[in-house]
Design a protein around this ligand. Structure first.
Ligand code: GLN
Length: 186
């Protein structure tokens, strides 16, 4: 299995390492020609959604990536990646890929509580460790299905073969979320 990791900015190397630990091949998407090969899934990493979103437009990647996702390619967005997938961003910011039915709230935990670890139940997996870094959460869902909550806030959702998590599974010792995502291809 070959997974493309968006490598414009942010925590993409950790995803590549986790994919390799799961036995999957990965490659970096840095420019338009990188997505012209065939591949089986896509990871949108954490970082800064405003920066990544702008680069996606500037590099002419927004539309081809959206087309692939709408065509059924499995995608996992973590943290800033979740924001890229949201059909709505609370506060009126313009959505980016907008392929998942939920409203994301950016920097939702405030500055003081910006980063923390938790452990919570994840539907279909069980208890998983979660690392949050200036994370968003999902304020409400329209068509997406809720998979996990921490302190009453939605931190993971799924819609078809799209998975959005507010935390950084690639920064924990557990491969469970990556394996769950890789199973979308089976
Ligand atoms: N705060 C970032 C944003 O709004 C997300 C942080 C992260 O990806 N760790 O894009």
């Amino acid at each position: 299995m070959k997974i493309g990791v968006l490598a414009l900015q942010g925590a993409f190397i950790e995803h590549e390492k986790m994919l390799s630990d799961c036995g999957a091949e990965s490659f970096e998407i840095r420019q338009r020609r990188d997505i012209e090969q065939s591949f089986d899934g896509l990871i949108l990493p954490g970082g800064e959604s405003t920066v990544m979103g702008k680069l996606l437009y500037d590099l002419d990647l927004m539309e081809p990536i959206r087309d692939r996702i709408q065509g059924g390619m499995p995608v996992m967005g973590t943290c800033a990646g979740l924001i890229l997938l949201a059909e709505n961003i609370s506060g009126g910011e313009k959505p980016y890929l907008g392929t998942m039915g939920f409203t994301a709230k950016r920097n939702a935990y405030g500055r003081q509580l910006g980063s923390f670890n938790a452990k919570a139940d994840f539907a279909g997996i069980g208890s998983v460790p979660m690392t949050f870094i200036r994370a968003p959460y999902i304020e409400s869902v329209s068509s997406a299905e809720v998979l996990a909550e921490v302190d009453g806030r939605i931190v993971a959702a799924k819609e078809g073969k799209q998975l959005a998590v507010a935390f950084h599974p690639e920064l924990t010792e557990s491969q469970a979320v990556h394996e769950y995502f890789l199973n979308f291809n089976k």
